[in-house]
Design a binder for this molecule. Structure first.
Ligand code: NAP
Length: 308
């Protein structure tokens, strides 16, 4: 995805990093992200830019938490009075056992990526699904109502995407995965919640068995993250009316976006989703949305810095 950013937004991001930590006091709210590993996370750049720009007295930091330490880490965050935190791989499902409450959306998706501390009660939400829907609307002008979708992968990101599409009124969602029984399990779980949506599981050598030609293909596998070509699916068989959304993100074209555009398909990578899930988490915590374009601009800036 190539975005032309307004000069004012770029300036706001650069300004926000000047003197960011100068005014930390006993009143500053602390937010952060837990994951393993977490050093690659771009979330601190987005949220700290958001706090600065909105004049919120808060700071956002990354915490590396090994899986065995998760229960103690969540207890620690609670007793330190942390105002809220994001959760990333591999803790999105496991963290649910350590919270006081989870939203309905997070329960259906089976994953939490955002936690709010409400007077000592930790409440889990999932902004990944809504972030994906927002990104699809913004970058591909796509809404799932009455449409047929094909999701590649059956991990946590795929499960969240399937739940979001079903909740948003998709007609059918097919899940194509190397390990068929994981795709079948998602279908069985979702059928309990969404009786009007058709769910189909197919293995990756069986694409001919798709019931309909999809309107949208979403890559929710980790394929393409290392820049290698994604050859598990023959795009030409889908017809060029299909739009392609790659959850994998990059400052340059992802292999799937490159291949889709070569077939004449409209395609976008996952940076917009990353920004949108962050914007929605920020809104849950502060009650206000960050300035339009600020989070994606912060993302581009920190990706640029990470590559130098
Ligand atoms: P996950 O739970 O580990 O699932 C990985 C999926 O990829 C599984 O379905 C796995 O298939 C498949 N896969 C991995 N290697 C493969 C290979 N060589 N050939 C075929 N399939 C393969 O990971 P996740 O949390 O769902 O994340 C998936 C991707 O989405 C990651 O790239 C992540 O960065 C991205 N993501 C992006 C955003 C965003 O905001 N843009 C948000 C969430 C996730 P098996 O089941 O057969 O192992």
């Amino acid at each position: 995805m190539l975005l032309k950013l307004p000069g004012a937004v770029t300036a706001a991001v650069s300004m926000s990093f000047e003197g960011l930590f100068m005014n930390i006091s006993g009143k500053t709210s602390v937010y952060g992200i837990i994951g393993f590993p977490v050093s690659h996370s771009f979330s601190p750049a987005m949220h700290n830019a958001g706090f600065c720009q909105a004049g919120v007295d808060a700071v956002y930091v990354p915490w590396q938490v090994a899986p065995a330490d998760l229960p103690d880490a969540v207890k620690g965050l609670r007793s330190l009075g942390v105002a809220g935190f994001n959760v990333t791989i591999p803790h999105k499902s496991a963290v649910m056992d350590h919270l006081d409450e989870v939203s309905e959306g997070a329960a259906v998706a089976g994953a939490v990526n955002t936690v709010i501390n409400r007077e000592g009660r930790l409440i889990g939400h999932n902004t990944d699904g809504a972030g994906l829907l927002l990104a699809l609307e913004r970058s591909l002008q796509f809404t799932p109502v009455g449409r047929d979708l094909l999701v590649l992968g059956a991990g946590g990101a795929a499960r969240g995407a399937v739940a979001a599409f079903a909740a948003a009124g998709a007609s059918s969602v097919s899940i194509l995965n190397r390990t068929l029984n994981k795709a079948e399990k998602i279908c069985t779980d979702m059928e309990r919640y969404f009786i009007d949506v058709k769910f189909v599981a197919v293995s990756d050598d069986d694409i001919e068995r798709l019931p309909v030609s999809p309107d949208l293909l979403v890559n929710a596998t980790s394929l393409g993250m290392d820049g290698a070509d994604l050859d598990s699916i023959c795009l030409a068989k889908l017809g060029n009316a299909v739009k392609v959304y790659d959850m994998v993100y990059s400052s340059v074209q992802t292999p799937l976006c490159r291949a889709a555009r070569a077939e004449g398909m409209e395609a976008s990578d996952g940076l917009g989703m990353l920004a949108a899930q962050g914007e929605l988490a920020f809104e849950l915590w502060t009650g206000g949305a960050p300035a339009p374009g600020l989070f994606i601009s912060a993302l581009y800036n920190s990706i640029k810095i990470s590559k130098t």
